[in-house]
Design a protein around this ligand. Structure first.
Ligand code: SAH
Length: 356
Protein backbone atom coordinates (compact mmCIF):
# COMPACT_ATOMS: atom_id res chain seq x y z
CA UNK A 1 0.00 0.00 0.00
CA UNK A 2 1.10 3.55 -0.59
CA UNK A 3 3.00 4.75 2.50
CA UNK A 4 1.08 7.99 2.86
CA UNK A 5 -2.30 6.27 2.68
CA UNK A 6 -1.10 3.78 5.28
CA UNK A 7 0.03 6.61 7.51
CA UNK A 8 -3.32 8.36 7.10
CA UNK A 9 -5.23 5.17 7.90
CA UNK A 10 -3.17 4.48 11.02
CA UNK A 11 -2.49 7.94 12.44
CA UNK A 12 -5.22 10.15 10.93
CA UNK A 13 -2.58 12.79 10.63
CA UNK A 14 -1.06 14.09 7.43
CA UNK A 15 0.75 17.34 6.76
CA UNK A 16 -0.39 19.77 4.12
CA UNK A 17 2.39 18.59 1.79
CA UNK A 18 1.34 14.98 2.25
CA UNK A 19 -2.30 15.80 1.52
CA UNK A 20 -1.27 17.72 -1.60
CA UNK A 21 0.78 14.74 -2.80
CA UNK A 22 -2.24 12.46 -2.48
CA UNK A 23 -4.61 14.98 -4.05
CA UNK A 24 -2.33 15.34 -7.07
CA UNK A 25 -1.86 11.63 -7.78
CA UNK A 26 -4.90 10.29 -9.64
CA UNK A 27 -3.55 6.75 -9.67
CA UNK A 28 -4.15 6.49 -5.94
CA UNK A 29 -7.84 7.36 -5.92
CA UNK A 30 -9.30 3.89 -5.47
CA UNK A 31 -6.74 3.05 -2.79
CA UNK A 32 -7.73 6.21 -0.89
CA UNK A 33 -11.45 5.43 -1.27
CA UNK A 34 -10.90 1.90 0.07
CA UNK A 35 -8.86 3.10 3.04
CA UNK A 36 -11.56 5.67 3.88
CA UNK A 37 -14.17 2.92 3.66
CA UNK A 38 -12.24 0.80 6.17
CA UNK A 39 -11.82 3.74 8.55
CA UNK A 40 -15.52 4.53 8.25
CA UNK A 41 -16.37 0.91 9.09
CA UNK A 42 -13.98 0.83 12.04
CA UNK A 43 -15.00 4.12 13.64
CA UNK A 44 -18.65 4.72 12.81
CA UNK A 45 -19.81 1.28 11.71
CA UNK A 46 -22.09 0.14 8.92
CA UNK A 47 -25.19 2.09 9.84
CA UNK A 48 -26.25 5.02 7.70
CA UNK A 49 -27.96 7.93 9.42
CA UNK A 50 -30.79 9.54 7.50
CA UNK A 51 -31.52 13.24 7.94
CA UNK A 52 -34.77 14.54 6.46
CA UNK A 53 -34.07 17.81 4.67
CA UNK A 54 -36.66 20.61 4.69
CA UNK A 55 -35.84 23.53 2.40
CA UNK A 56 -38.09 26.17 3.88
CA UNK A 57 -37.15 29.37 2.03
CA UNK A 58 -35.15 30.29 -1.05
CA UNK A 59 -35.33 34.05 -0.47
CA UNK A 60 -31.81 35.34 0.06
CA UNK A 61 -30.18 38.60 1.07
CA UNK A 62 -26.72 37.32 0.02
CA UNK A 63 -25.33 37.32 -3.48
CA UNK A 64 -22.85 34.41 -3.62
CA UNK A 65 -21.57 34.09 -7.18
CA UNK A 66 -21.97 30.29 -7.32
CA UNK A 67 -25.44 29.97 -5.85
CA UNK A 68 -28.75 29.90 -7.71
CA UNK A 69 -30.53 31.41 -4.70
CA UNK A 70 -28.43 34.61 -4.85
CA UNK A 71 -30.50 37.76 -4.56
CA UNK A 72 -29.70 39.01 -8.08
CA UNK A 73 -31.06 35.87 -9.73
CA UNK A 74 -34.52 36.81 -10.97
CA UNK A 75 -34.90 33.62 -12.98
CA UNK A 76 -36.22 31.56 -10.07
CA UNK A 77 -39.57 31.51 -8.35
CA UNK A 78 -39.12 32.58 -4.77
CA UNK A 79 -40.99 30.97 -1.91
CA UNK A 80 -41.06 30.73 1.83
CA UNK A 81 -43.02 28.11 3.69
CA UNK A 82 -45.60 29.00 6.31
CA UNK A 83 -44.17 28.04 9.70
CA UNK A 84 -46.85 25.43 10.23
CA UNK A 85 -46.21 23.97 6.78
CA UNK A 86 -42.57 23.40 7.76
CA UNK A 87 -43.77 21.77 10.99
CA UNK A 88 -46.11 19.55 8.95
CA UNK A 89 -43.16 18.41 6.78
CA UNK A 90 -41.24 17.62 9.96
CA UNK A 91 -44.17 15.59 11.28
CA UNK A 92 -44.18 13.63 8.06
CA UNK A 93 -40.41 13.15 8.29
CA UNK A 94 -40.95 11.68 11.73
CA UNK A 95 -43.68 9.39 10.38
CA UNK A 96 -41.21 8.07 7.77
CA UNK A 97 -38.91 7.11 10.63
CA UNK A 98 -36.35 9.90 10.31
CA UNK A 99 -34.73 10.78 13.62
CA UNK A 100 -33.27 14.08 12.48
CA UNK A 101 -34.60 16.91 10.39
CA UNK A 102 -32.42 19.55 8.81
CA UNK A 103 -34.07 22.94 8.42
CA UNK A 104 -32.26 24.62 5.58
CA UNK A 105 -32.91 27.95 3.92
CA UNK A 106 -31.35 30.82 2.11
CA UNK A 107 -30.52 33.81 4.27
CA UNK A 108 -34.05 35.10 4.69
CA UNK A 109 -34.51 37.86 7.29
CA UNK A 110 -38.25 37.18 7.43
CA UNK A 111 -37.46 34.32 9.80
CA UNK A 112 -36.81 36.36 12.92
CA UNK A 113 -35.50 34.81 16.12
CA UNK A 114 -39.06 34.54 17.44
CA UNK A 115 -40.27 32.73 14.32
CA UNK A 116 -37.30 30.38 14.41
CA UNK A 117 -37.85 29.68 18.11
CA UNK A 118 -41.44 28.77 17.36
CA UNK A 119 -40.32 26.41 14.59
CA UNK A 120 -37.56 24.87 16.69
CA UNK A 121 -39.91 24.35 19.64
CA UNK A 122 -42.56 22.67 17.51
CA UNK A 123 -40.04 20.36 15.89
CA UNK A 124 -38.35 19.46 19.16
CA UNK A 125 -41.80 18.48 20.48
CA UNK A 126 -41.74 15.74 17.84
CA UNK A 127 -38.75 14.14 19.56
CA UNK A 128 -36.46 14.70 16.59
CA UNK A 129 -32.85 15.82 16.57
CA UNK A 130 -32.72 19.17 14.78
CA UNK A 131 -30.05 20.61 12.52
CA UNK A 132 -30.22 24.20 11.37
CA UNK A 133 -28.61 25.41 8.15
CA UNK A 134 -29.71 29.00 7.79
CA UNK A 135 -26.50 30.93 7.29
CA UNK A 136 -24.59 33.60 9.14
CA UNK A 137 -26.12 34.97 12.33
CA UNK A 138 -24.95 36.84 15.42
CA UNK A 139 -23.67 34.86 18.38
CA UNK A 140 -26.77 35.96 20.32
CA UNK A 141 -29.03 34.52 17.63
CA UNK A 142 -27.15 31.22 17.55
CA UNK A 143 -27.47 31.15 21.34
CA UNK A 144 -31.24 31.68 21.19
CA UNK A 145 -31.74 28.82 18.71
CA UNK A 146 -29.53 26.58 20.80
CA UNK A 147 -31.49 27.36 23.96
CA UNK A 148 -34.70 26.67 22.04
CA UNK A 149 -33.39 23.15 21.40
CA UNK A 150 -31.50 23.06 18.08
CA UNK A 151 -28.81 20.37 18.28
CA UNK A 152 -26.63 20.89 15.25
CA UNK A 153 -25.72 23.66 12.85
CA UNK A 154 -24.46 23.34 9.33
CA UNK A 155 -22.50 26.20 7.76
CA UNK A 156 -19.94 25.40 5.13
CA UNK A 157 -16.74 27.40 5.06
CA UNK A 158 -17.05 26.85 1.26
CA UNK A 159 -13.30 27.42 0.79
CA UNK A 160 -10.49 28.30 3.21
CA UNK A 161 -8.83 30.48 0.58
CA UNK A 162 -9.78 33.84 2.12
CA UNK A 163 -9.23 35.82 -1.05
CA UNK A 164 -11.31 33.40 -3.13
CA UNK A 165 -14.00 33.24 -0.44
CA UNK A 166 -14.40 37.01 -0.44
CA UNK A 167 -14.45 37.16 -4.22
CA UNK A 168 -17.17 34.51 -4.45
CA UNK A 169 -19.20 35.89 -1.55
CA UNK A 170 -19.45 39.65 -2.17
CA UNK A 171 -20.08 41.66 0.97
CA UNK A 172 -19.21 38.76 3.25
CA UNK A 173 -15.98 38.33 5.19
CA UNK A 174 -13.97 35.20 5.79
CA UNK A 175 -13.31 36.30 9.38
CA UNK A 176 -17.02 36.49 10.08
CA UNK A 177 -17.58 33.03 8.59
CA UNK A 178 -14.94 31.60 10.94
CA UNK A 179 -16.42 33.60 13.84
CA UNK A 180 -19.78 31.98 13.15
CA UNK A 181 -18.26 28.50 13.17
CA UNK A 182 -16.43 29.16 16.44
CA UNK A 183 -19.56 30.56 18.09
CA UNK A 184 -21.57 27.55 16.94
CA UNK A 185 -18.98 25.20 18.40
CA UNK A 186 -18.68 27.08 21.69
CA UNK A 187 -22.44 27.14 22.15
CA UNK A 188 -22.49 23.36 22.23
CA UNK A 189 -24.00 22.56 18.86
CA UNK A 190 -22.63 19.72 16.83
CA UNK A 191 -20.73 21.70 14.23
CA UNK A 192 -21.12 20.93 10.57
CA UNK A 193 -19.08 22.62 7.89
CA UNK A 194 -17.57 21.68 4.54
CA UNK A 195 -16.52 22.95 1.17
CA UNK A 196 -17.20 22.84 -2.53
CA UNK A 197 -14.65 21.24 -4.83
CA UNK A 198 -13.80 22.74 -8.21
CA UNK A 199 -14.56 26.40 -7.59
CA UNK A 200 -12.98 28.65 -10.21
CA UNK A 201 -9.51 29.63 -8.98
CA UNK A 202 -9.44 27.03 -6.19
CA UNK A 203 -6.01 25.40 -5.82
CA UNK A 204 -5.14 21.88 -4.72
CA UNK A 205 -3.16 23.43 -1.86
CA UNK A 206 -6.29 25.19 -0.62
CA UNK A 207 -8.22 21.90 -0.68
CA UNK A 208 -5.53 20.45 1.59
CA UNK A 209 -5.97 23.53 3.80
CA UNK A 210 -9.73 22.89 3.86
CA UNK A 211 -9.19 19.38 5.25
CA UNK A 212 -6.76 20.66 7.89
CA UNK A 213 -9.22 23.42 8.77
CA UNK A 214 -12.00 20.86 9.39
CA UNK A 215 -9.76 19.20 11.96
CA UNK A 216 -8.62 22.42 13.56
CA UNK A 217 -12.11 23.87 14.00
CA UNK A 218 -13.30 20.62 15.64
CA UNK A 219 -16.02 19.80 13.11
CA UNK A 220 -18.45 17.02 14.00
CA UNK A 221 -19.76 16.67 10.45
CA UNK A 222 -18.42 17.63 7.06
CA UNK A 223 -20.35 18.00 3.82
CA UNK A 224 -18.36 18.08 0.61
CA UNK A 225 -19.67 18.35 -2.90
CA UNK A 226 -18.59 19.40 -6.36
CA UNK A 227 -19.26 22.96 -7.43
CA UNK A 228 -21.86 22.71 -10.21
CA UNK A 229 -22.11 25.87 -12.36
CA UNK A 230 -25.59 27.36 -12.34
CA UNK A 231 -26.80 28.93 -15.63
CA UNK A 232 -28.35 31.86 -13.85
CA UNK A 233 -25.26 33.00 -12.00
CA UNK A 234 -22.10 34.89 -12.97
CA UNK A 235 -20.19 31.58 -12.83
CA UNK A 236 -22.31 29.95 -15.56
CA UNK A 237 -19.28 29.53 -17.84
CA UNK A 238 -17.08 27.87 -15.22
CA UNK A 239 -15.97 24.30 -15.55
CA UNK A 240 -17.14 23.08 -12.18
CA UNK A 241 -15.79 20.32 -9.99
CA UNK A 242 -15.44 16.65 -10.84
CA UNK A 243 -17.08 13.77 -9.08
CA UNK A 244 -13.77 11.97 -8.60
CA UNK A 245 -12.02 14.91 -6.93
CA UNK A 246 -14.99 15.59 -4.65
CA UNK A 247 -15.04 11.98 -3.47
CA UNK A 248 -11.30 12.15 -2.96
CA UNK A 249 -11.48 15.25 -0.75
CA UNK A 250 -14.29 13.54 1.18
CA UNK A 251 -12.32 10.30 1.56
CA UNK A 252 -9.24 12.15 2.79
CA UNK A 253 -11.46 13.99 5.26
CA UNK A 254 -12.64 10.61 6.60
CA UNK A 255 -9.02 9.47 6.95
CA UNK A 256 -8.14 12.62 8.89
CA UNK A 257 -11.31 12.82 11.02
CA UNK A 258 -12.20 9.17 11.51
CA UNK A 259 -15.21 9.44 13.81
CA UNK A 260 -17.21 12.34 12.39
CA UNK A 261 -20.42 12.19 10.38
CA UNK A 262 -20.03 12.64 6.63
CA UNK A 263 -23.00 12.85 4.25
CA UNK A 264 -23.06 11.44 0.75
CA UNK A 265 -24.18 14.69 -0.84
CA UNK A 266 -26.88 15.41 -3.40
CA UNK A 267 -24.38 17.30 -5.56
CA UNK A 268 -22.30 14.13 -5.89
CA UNK A 269 -25.28 12.19 -7.18
CA UNK A 270 -26.08 15.01 -9.59
CA UNK A 271 -22.75 14.33 -11.34
CA UNK A 272 -22.89 10.54 -11.11
CA UNK A 273 -26.08 8.42 -10.93
CA UNK A 274 -24.35 6.16 -8.41
CA UNK A 275 -22.76 9.09 -6.64
CA UNK A 276 -24.21 8.61 -3.20
CA UNK A 277 -23.50 4.87 -3.16
CA UNK A 278 -19.90 5.43 -4.21
CA UNK A 279 -19.58 8.12 -1.53
CA UNK A 280 -21.03 5.74 1.10
CA UNK A 281 -18.34 3.25 0.09
CA UNK A 282 -15.60 5.87 0.25
CA UNK A 283 -16.05 7.28 3.74
CA UNK A 284 -19.59 8.66 4.01
CA UNK A 285 -22.08 7.43 6.65
CA UNK A 286 -25.01 9.84 6.30
CA UNK A 287 -27.64 10.57 3.66
CA UNK A 288 -29.98 13.54 3.58
CA UNK A 289 -33.16 12.64 1.71
CA UNK A 290 -35.37 15.55 0.85
CA UNK A 291 -38.68 15.80 2.74
CA UNK A 292 -39.78 19.07 1.16
CA UNK A 293 -43.04 18.49 -0.69
CA UNK A 294 -44.58 19.75 -3.88
CA UNK A 295 -43.15 22.31 -6.24
CA UNK A 296 -40.90 23.91 -3.59
CA UNK A 297 -38.21 21.31 -4.23
CA UNK A 298 -37.59 22.45 -7.75
CA UNK A 299 -37.50 26.09 -6.70
CA UNK A 300 -34.67 25.41 -4.24
CA UNK A 301 -32.37 25.41 -7.22
CA UNK A 302 -28.78 25.85 -6.03
CA UNK A 303 -27.72 24.48 -9.43
CA UNK A 304 -29.54 22.86 -12.35
CA UNK A 305 -30.03 19.11 -12.52
CA UNK A 306 -30.51 18.68 -8.78
CA UNK A 307 -31.69 15.11 -8.30
CA UNK A 308 -35.11 13.95 -7.11
CA UNK A 309 -36.90 17.29 -7.65
CA UNK A 310 -40.02 15.51 -8.91
CA UNK A 311 -40.07 12.79 -6.27
CA UNK A 312 -42.23 12.57 -3.17
CA UNK A 313 -40.76 12.21 0.32
CA UNK A 314 -42.21 8.69 0.53
CA UNK A 315 -40.46 7.73 -2.69
CA UNK A 316 -37.14 9.18 -1.44
CA UNK A 317 -37.44 7.24 1.80
CA UNK A 318 -37.88 3.91 0.08
CA UNK A 319 -35.38 4.70 -2.69
CA UNK A 320 -32.55 5.58 -0.31
CA UNK A 321 -33.32 2.64 2.01
CA UNK A 322 -33.12 0.29 -0.99
CA UNK A 323 -29.83 1.77 -2.11
CA UNK A 324 -28.32 1.49 1.36
CA UNK A 325 -29.45 -2.15 1.61
CA UNK A 326 -28.01 -2.92 -1.81
CA UNK A 327 -24.47 -2.29 -0.51
CA UNK A 328 -24.99 -4.32 2.65
CA UNK A 329 -25.52 -1.37 4.96
CA UNK A 330 -28.42 -0.63 7.30
CA UNK A 331 -30.44 2.43 8.18
CA UNK A 332 -29.77 3.62 11.71
CA UNK A 333 -32.67 3.90 14.13
CA UNK A 334 -30.76 6.35 16.33
CA UNK A 335 -30.46 10.11 16.35
CA UNK A 336 -26.98 9.77 14.94
CA UNK A 337 -24.97 12.13 17.10
CA UNK A 338 -21.24 11.92 16.74
CA UNK A 339 -19.72 9.32 19.01
CA UNK A 340 -16.28 10.64 19.74
CA UNK A 341 -13.52 8.14 19.69
CA UNK A 342 -10.51 8.23 22.01
CA UNK A 343 -7.99 7.67 19.27
CA UNK A 344 -9.30 10.60 17.28
CA UNK A 345 -8.34 12.80 20.22
CA UNK A 346 -11.96 13.82 20.48
CA UNK A 347 -12.54 12.60 24.03
CA UNK A 348 -11.17 15.64 25.86
CA UNK A 349 -14.62 17.21 25.85
CA UNK A 350 -16.38 14.07 27.05
CA UNK A 351 -18.89 11.81 25.37
CA UNK A 352 -16.25 9.53 23.88
CA UNK A 353 -16.39 5.81 23.22
CA UNK A 354 -15.30 5.05 26.81
CA UNK A 355 -12.24 3.04 25.93
CA UNK A 356 -9.66 5.60 27.00
N1 SAH B 1 -27.85 29.74 3.44
C1 SAH B 1 -27.34 28.48 3.94
C2 SAH B 1 -27.56 27.34 2.98
C3 SAH B 1 -26.92 27.55 1.65
S1 SAH B 1 -27.20 26.32 0.42
C4 SAH B 1 -25.90 28.64 4.30
O1 SAH B 1 -25.30 29.67 4.03
O2 SAH B 1 -25.35 27.74 4.91
C5 SAH B 1 -26.21 25.01 0.99
C6 SAH B 1 -24.90 24.78 0.29
O3 SAH B 1 -25.09 24.55 -1.10
C7 SAH B 1 -23.91 25.91 0.31
O4 SAH B 1 -23.23 25.98 1.53
C8 SAH B 1 -22.99 25.58 -0.86
O5 SAH B 1 -21.83 24.88 -0.43
C9 SAH B 1 -23.85 24.67 -1.74
N2 SAH B 1 -24.02 25.25 -3.09
C10 SAH B 1 -24.52 26.45 -3.42
N3 SAH B 1 -24.45 26.64 -4.76
C11 SAH B 1 -23.88 25.53 -5.29
C12 SAH B 1 -23.50 25.12 -6.61
N4 SAH B 1 -23.70 25.92 -7.66
N5 SAH B 1 -22.92 23.90 -6.76
C13 SAH B 1 -22.74 23.10 -5.71
N6 SAH B 1 -23.06 23.42 -4.45
C14 SAH B 1 -23.62 24.63 -4.23
Amino acid sequence: MNELIKKAEETHNLSKEELVTLLLDDNLNQEIFDAANRVRHKYVGDEVHLRGLIEFSNICKQNCLYCGLRRDNDEITRYRLELDKAVEFAEKASSYGYKTVVLQSAEDSFFTVDKMKYLIGKIKDLDLALTLSIGEKTREEYEEYRKAGANRFLLRIETTDKELYEKLNPGMSFENRVRCLKDIKELGYELGTGCMVGLPGQSIESLADDILFFKEIGADMIGIGPFIPNHNTPLNDSEGGTFEMSVKVMALTRLMLPDINIPATTAMETLNPKGRLIALQSGANVAMPNVTEGEYRKYYELYQGKICVNDTPAHCRSCITGKIGSIGRTVSQEYGFRKKSCSSGGCSSGGCCGGC
